[in-house]
Design a protein. Sequence first.
Length: 356
Amino acid sequence: MQSPPEAAVPATDRTPDLGSDPAGPDSTGSGPGGSGSDGSAPTRFAARRRAAPWLAAAAALVWAAAMALHAWIPNAGVNAGSLFQTLLPWTGLGVPVLLVLAAVLRSRLAAVAVLAPAVVWVTLFGGALTDKRPDKRSGAGGLTVVSHNVDEGNTDPAGTARVLADAKADVLALEELSDASAAVYSRELAAAYPHHAVLGGVGIWSRHPLAGVKEVPIMPWTRAMRATVRAPDGPPVAVYAVHLASVRVSAAGFTTGRRNDAARELAAALRAEPAPRVVVLGDFNGTYQDGALAPVTSQLRSAQREAGDGFGFTWPAAFPVARIDDVLVRGMTPRAAWTLPATGSDHLPVAATLIR
């Protein structure tokens, strides 16, 4: 007896081949060209690329805020605030870096955000770039002063003395003197500066008589002194020669403790100073913007900031990046400030003309 024929099975009901993908190669998006919706690498890359302009814009705004609020950066621990403020003029280099990043990302958002740090930097330092009047040193009736850290390791103190004498200043303040170099400066400067006094590592040379010479105790050893300069064509001026303690940059951070202690001692002496006209000349081992030096700088004005041309960087002499040598005044008006040619020291000398 012949068996009945098998019923036809629809193609859709047949058992699929276990070695095939019934949904096709692109159903999960993880194959070649897939969208990566399951968190695959292409999706992560796309997300990062979309976020990059926003991150660049955020970086520009954070940089602008750090520049504008530099005085609020804390000094706890590694003294980040002092280090940032010391290098504050160089923060402007962040602007072209951020612009290049915006160009690479082809982001208008990032490019617009770069305007923030640019505006802040120009607000802080634009005057230093435009204040270039060459006639500021002209005129009569001023007192010209020079300060120079002559460097204890200077092998040519006689040559340094000649550079200083060529400035034809009324008063010189020298810091980091050794016993041997002090004798050389006294000999080389004697003709132009008949009045001088040296205490420890600092000294004052003057064309005019000195009175009231005394040490200013800011450290266990002598690093500051005071004298009254009595010029015949104006009222007397209290002149300070100062060398604050050195700072160090190391793995432990920006070490400024001894310098800050010396600054507080100097600030106390300046608060007690009775003379109405005061000039403080020296190596402060910090810039005028350094908030840790505020006990001193809050009482005085910087001649460079008011009447200087450019930033007036002084250290290191071979490629200056910071102005740690300055002329600070009270009761006097700066008319000009500038740096002198390099000597055998690792600092540049600074000069200023002041009206009493």
